[in-house]
Design a protein around this ligand. Structure first.
Ligand code: FES
Ligand code: FES
Length: 206
């Protein structure tokens, strides 16, 4: 068979698959078997998470629920923001055992037994923070006007706290590098860096 004949045969076979008579009956052959459909069903389970020093019991929750959705939708801790949902913007940053993580990329069920800190618990780790009990970096963001719309701000602050704690806030360039996973569509970067640097300087001299 030469190339021309091969293409003609292939096209004819393809169009036969698309004829109305064949489509309805033949599509049923592609139904996944019952066992496969049952295997695809998402399992649920109950579990507890420790958030801002308090234990929260979750009801039956699909095991593929992200920590971000669990915080926002099940526990109504909406200070943690959902931006891209793909690990690219940093709006969802929280601390897990003191390390910053993007909560849209973590499964909630896998955080059992860990200490989770969200923006709500930052000022007063044993419970929910209040405007009178701000973390020094929260106060510095206000002093330096380090936000515009504020959507990225909780993620920036959580990331900034970890950045200082990690010892990665020794210069403006270092802060920019180590906080490059937190995007700000408003472009408040200059003031964000200034706020992080000020708190880093203060904690270094304390
Ligand atoms: S929402 Fe998690 S990184 Fe964007
Ligand atoms: S302040 Fe608007 S996205 Fe950062």
């Amino acid at each position: 068979m030469n190339r021309r004949n091969f293409l003609a045969t292939a096209l004819a076979a393809g169009s036969a698959m698309l004829t109305p008579e064949s489509s309805a009956g033949e599509m049923s052959h592609f139904e996944p078997p019952t066992a496969a459909r049952e295997a695809d069903a998402v399992q649920t389970m109950t579990f507890a998470l420790t958030i801002n020093g308090a234990e929260h019991q979750l009801p039956e929750t699909p095991v593929n629920t992200t920590l971000l959705d669990c915080l926002r939708d099940s526990l109504h801790l909406t200070g943690t923001k959902k931006g891209c949902g793909l690990g690219q913007c940093g709006a969802c940053t929280v601390l897990v055992d003191g390390r910053r993580v993007k909560s849209c990329l973590c499964l909630a069920v896998m955080q059992q037994g860990k200490q989770i800190t969200t923006i709500e618990g930052l000022g007063r780790p044993e419970g929910l923070g209040t405007p009178e009990e701000l973390h020094p970096l929260q106060a510095a963001f206000i002093e330096h006007d380090a936000f515009q719309c504020g959507y990225c701000t909780s993620g920036q602050i959580m990331s900034g706290v970890a950045c200082i704690h990690e010892g990665h806030a020794g210069s403006d360039d270092e802060v920019r590098e180590w906080m490059s996973g937190n995007l700000c569509r408003c472009g408040a970067y200059t003031n964000i860096v200034a706020a992080v640097r000020e708190v880093a300087r203060r904690s270094a001299s304390a």
